[in-house]
Write a protein that binds this ligand. Structure first.
Ligand code: FAD
Length: 465
């Protein structure tokens, strides 16, 4: 029997609960500690990202832990972006030309519950709720928590401590405050924030607009999106500057102003949102930022994963997917280094190989997510971008093994890394846009010729970069 470790995991969100489940399946003794109450027993807060886009990388993580099928029961396939223009016209821009490639809208709490249930069903997992981590003793892999029910302080420890406590991580904060080693940290905020709203279901539980798409109202600086929920409603998210704009969170300060803004920019959405003004003022406005830091581990005792290590803006729909992929990569490295008979695992080596392998990819998806912010709010509405998407969809339909757009590389091709998707995807985008702009891809040219030209130009751009 291998010598298994006691592992303390801080944060039972999406990453922490999948990680707990997987490490328990590997035979470790897990204590998972969460600051919030058990979400299976309380009503959910309104306005906190209640659904998410789940795609192939995330599904791979769920598959690894045997919960893919349970998660899929919560999923609504979204085949493309339904673009809503200013004139109330809509058109569907498919995510891929290949058949059976789509992303899924999934409930955040629903998915978290599936993971918590699966983890809790194992005898070697203990989950403690209502305990917020305050500080971590890094060399000891121990942490002090506040019990929110009794106000008492509790110290828990493990052979190692894994920090999956999200973008505002207390574990990361302890690394930052620790004086004995160099810790780099950056947090870049967008000038935009977000607010969640709702298109409710019809009286008989139906959908008020097309169900199987991610709806987008791109308006240059601002953007509205909507993802479907199983109960017939859509979670709507408004992305808007905080200030210094004709319409911004600072000056949308009365119900009349909010309605006027929606009437001007999103009239077809407004018609579907009977409770807009009330929700706008009841729901919080959230910030959007990118967190990068290094190193992710200290003393071979403590490691950050998920948003705690690499929070990103949500525009590629990849934050959770990347966090689930973290678990896959971590698991692959454990396959290599986990303790042989009667020995202890060399966690220091596991942690440093994990970071060496993973950091370049999470940096890449962070940058891609910011690129996609501009693509979604501005470019999706531009004729040049639409021509490019049409061509790429045709390439993928006709030559499914030969062409993957940047979006497909990131979203549907779990076998290539985010870093490679970034390098190749950006070069392809540049190649196609240049070729269209220079009139080198005329309608009359056979599709295969166009593909050859795009590939040649992409190769040259990648070579020059
Ligand atoms: P979290 O889900 O934030 O979980 C952290 C957990 O730790 C929480 O349960 C928290 O309560 C707990 N915690 C925090 N502090 C402490 C503490 N001190 N002590 C104990 N516990 C603590 N990703 C996608 O893949 N697709 C999408 O479509 C998508 N859309 C998004 C939309 C928005 C508006 C936002 C903001 C994010 C979106 N994301 C999306 C990103 C996704 O939400 C995150 O990447 C994902 O939740 C990361 O999981 P995590 O477990 O690392 O962090």
């Amino acid at each position: 029997m291998n010598k298994k470790d006691n592992i303390l995991i801080v944060g039972a969100g999406l990453c922490g609960s999948l990680l707990a489940l997987r490490l328990a399946q590997r035979g470790h003794q897990i204590t998972l500690v969460e600051k919030r109450p058990d979400l299976r027993k309380v009503t959910q807060d309104a306005g906190r990202s209640i659904n998410l886009a789940l795609s192939d990388r995330g599904l791979r993580g769920l598959r690894l832990a045997g919960v893919e099928e349970a998660a899929k029961k919560l999923c609504i396939p979204m085949n493309g972006r339904m673009i809503h223009d200013r004139e109330n016209n809509t058109f569907l821009s498919k995510y891929s030309g290949r058949k059976n490639e789509f992303i899924n809208s999934v409930s955040r709490p629903g998915l978290n519950m599936v993971l918590l249930d699966a983890a809790e069903a194992l005898p070697n997992v203990k989950i403690i709720f209502n305990h917020g981590c305050e500080t971590v003793d890094l060399p000891q892999a121990s942490a002090t928590f506040k019990n929110y029910e009794t106000n008492e302080e509790v110290t828990l420890s493990g052979d190692i401590l894994l920090g999956t406590d999200g973008a505002g991580s207390a574990v990361r904060q302890s690394m930052f405050m620790h004086k004995k080693f160099l810790f780099s940290f950056s947090q870049d905020w967008l000038t935009h924030g977000y607010k969640e709203l709702e298109i409710p279901a019809t009286n008989d539980g139906g959908y008020r607009t097309y169900k199987n798409a991610l709806h987008i109202w791109p308006r240059g600086e601002d953007m509205l999106i909507a993802l479907p929920n199983l109960d017939g409603s859509f979670t709507v998210t408004l992305f808007l500057p905080y200030k210094n704009s004709d319409y911004c969170f600072e000056n949308l300060n009365t119900p009349e102003r909010v309605t006027e803004y929606f009437q001007k920019e999103f009239p077809d959405a407004l018609a579907l949102m009977p409770n807009l003004a009330e929700e706008f003022f009841n729901n919080p406005t959230g910030p959007l930022g990118t967190v990068k830091c290094s190193p992710w581990s200290t003393y071979g005792k403590t490691l950050l994963l998920g948003d705690a290590a690499h929070a990103i803006v949500p525009f590629y729909g990849q934050g959770m997917n990347a966090s689930f992929e973290d678990v896959v990569v971590f698991d692959e490295i454990l396959d290599k280094y986990e303790a042989k008979k009667d020995e202890k695992t060399d966690w220091e080596t596991v942690f440093s190989e994990y970071e060496a392998n993973r950091k370049k990819d999470t940096d890449a998806i962070a940058d891609l997510a910011v690129d996609n912010f501009h693509e979604m709010k501005e470019h999706t509405a531009s004729p040049l971008f639409q021509k490019k998407r049409k061509l790429e969809t045709a390439f993928e339909a006709e030559f499914p093994q030969e062409y993957y757009s940047k979006y497909s590389l990131v979203t549907f091709n779990e076998h290539i890394s985010y870093e490679e998707a970034l390098r190749k995807g950006r070069a392809q985008d540049k190649a196609i846009l240049n070729l269209i702009d220079d009139g080198k891809l005329p309608e009359s040219m056979p599709l295969q010729e166009k593909l050859k030209l795009v590939k040649r130009e992409t190769k040259e751009i990648m070579h020059d970069d």
